[in-house]
Write a protein that binds this ligand. Sequence first.
Ligand SMILES: [Zn+2]
Length: 283
Amino acid sequence: MAGERFNVGELEVFHLRASRFRLDGGTMFGVVPRPLWERASPPDGRNRVELACNCLLVRQPGQLTLIDTGCGQDWTPREQEIFAFDPNHSLSLALASLGVRPEEINRVILTHLHFDHAGGATHNQGGHPVPLFPNAAHLVQRREWEDALDGVSIMKSSYRPECLLPLEQRGLLHLLDGDTRLDGAMSLFVTGGHTAGHQGVRIAGGGRTLVYPGELLPTAAHLRLHWNMAYDMFPYQTLLSKRAFLAQAQAGNWTLALNHDPHRRWSRLVERAGGLEAEEAEI
Ligand SMILES: [Zn+2]
């Protein structure tokens, strides 16, 4: 499938469009007035903007790593209507199109545990959520896990503890404390901002760097420093983290895989008169 694979040194990285759905545009752009954001992201008649859940699959010798899992498929008709899920996209379909079976995945990195990132880690079997990737270590920041289960977040309804606990019960949960180097090519960095334990993923090799910043930069429309989501627990920290991140990304000529961008798979940053913009990166 042309355009889906990005090589980083020895690693092959595949783009998986796990979901297409919609969320309220006002919430997606926080303090930004609608006349500004609607030009960048046109809303439908219910004020909802088009979004995707973009996940990555990283293939390296002896290891298949999945980064985020999208929304999953276990939705009531009412939830399907609210979020306008497109039934033509799912993580299972995307993996099947690459010939990958869920049992083959041995590592799942979760940026954080909101349903649109961790929902695809379990699926319904006989009325119970069970892990979809039974042979994978699921890597999550300890702080994120604790906040998700404690229900102290302003985004409490975005966490589904009943779908998270099976990961722990099956011994698949691997909690991390802060920035973590996984191997020579892959590392995790805590961003804060969206949630205290939110993390991004950096993949480097062969002179290239590919970064999955998670909710620090959900779509190309969020490149402006003040265009941040009302979903963020710590908005000012998002702004500071994003500013530092974008400076690094420009200096290092990084390619970005934006987790909710409905249009692009691989983005590179370009400086224009009106500010920083994203363009489709060469693969
Ligand atoms: Zn989130």
